[in-house]
Design a protein around this ligand. Sequence first.
Ligand SMILES: Cc1cc2nc3c(=O)[nH]c(=O)nc-3n(C[C@H](O)[C@H](O)[C@H](O)COP(=O)(O)OP(=O)(O)OC[C@H]3O[C@@H](n4cnc5c(N)ncnc54)[C@H](O)[C@@H]3O)c2cc1C
Length: 383
Amino acid sequence: MAKVLIAGAGVGGLSTAHHLRRRLPSSDEIVVFDQSAVHTFWPSLLWLMTGTRKETEVVRPLAQLRDPGIRVIEAPITAIDAETKTVVAGDQSWTGDALVVALGADLDPSLIPGLAEVPGNFYTLDGAHAVWRQLQDLQQGRIAVLISRAPFKCPAAPYEAAMLIDGFLRKRRRRPAFELSVWAAEAAPMAVAGPQVSQAVVDALAHRDIHYHPNQTVERVEGKTRHLTFHENANLEPYDLLAYVPPHRVPQVVSAAGLAPSDGWVAVDRHSLETSFSNVFAIGDVTGIPLALGKPLPKAGVFAHRQGEVVAEAIAARLLGRPSSESFDGHGECFIEMGQGLAGFARGNFYAEPTPTIRVYRSGRHWHAGKVAFERQWWSQWW
Ligand SMILES: Cc1cc2nc3c(=O)[nH]c(=O)nc-3n(C[C@H](O)[C@H](O)[C@H](O)COP(=O)(O)OP(=O)(O)OC[C@H]3O[C@@H](n4cnc5c(N)ncnc54)[C@H](O)[C@@H]3O)c2cc1C
């Protein structure tokens, strides 16, 4: 009887577990570990923070996964031994024939003085709620969407957040009373996808009168007086509502295991997702996959999901003694919410050289409907 351990029950972990379950005999064990009792569909946080979703619509208990052949251990992983494929969670340790590390990126607002005291981290459930509460109460003022550091997961999300806030205010006829800005620690939106995609996002922001300030690295946040200080800018920038993306870093348990440097990400084979340890794979946001243009593959659920399928096939093939032809090829797509029932869409090959080849599709209501349909499918496939 074989045992596969999957660290993390997020997008990549659940994708791996379900694809493995279909391939392995029921006598083989699949064990998934997560520190959280619930799975969150992260893209829906943008709708929660603008009032079109409730918390019960964006999370599901892991204990209610439909497939009884996937064992879920709800406990924080405190240590990983990659050599022996051992995971320590709670007060128990587990050793498997293969290990998949899908622990995502840790969010750490404490890396920027003052940021952690501000309740607008919309990359968490609490922070998205906090933005929604403030949006309802505020009658006028300055709203700042802040990208504090790169890389961050879902390169589109903060731009979508700004456009959804704009749409919410327009619907309530309150938009003229607000100044809406995006302050970004990056040179252009979604730059890995190429200048055409960046320009499309910049144009969409301008069309909505959202001020875009690229290349701005926040140094400090004064929560009491509501000011931002940037490295590149001598002015104190005032805000009334701050919605922010915090700095991301590799989970400490992953760097302690020797799988990544503490200031980096897990290196993997770009096609098989295997680490330097045999039968230890890493997928999703925890990885750093360099692209030919000198930037890494973006951190996005679409990649974590597909990588989970590839790794599941590779592990099943090895355990069953058959060849595997699956390989992660860098293809991905992304809906870009634009508010007022509109969305854009981009799709392409991020592994293409010398630069990714991405096609941008004209925005429309159908892409928004597509994102809603994807959300519905996400929940119905496993719960
Ligand atoms: C607001 C927002 C909108 C987004 N929109 C999109 C989108 O439209 N399209 C898209 O492709 N991507 C989107 N993303 C990004 C996407 O959600 C992530 O890229 C994806 O979740 C990565 O999957 P993962 O499995 O690598 O990590 P995660 O899904 O983050 O899962 C990691 C899991 O590991 C667990 N974990 C971490 N440390 C430990 C530990 N020590 N012990 C036990 N468990 C642990 C966590 O609890 C978590 O469940 C969005 C993200 C956000 C925040």
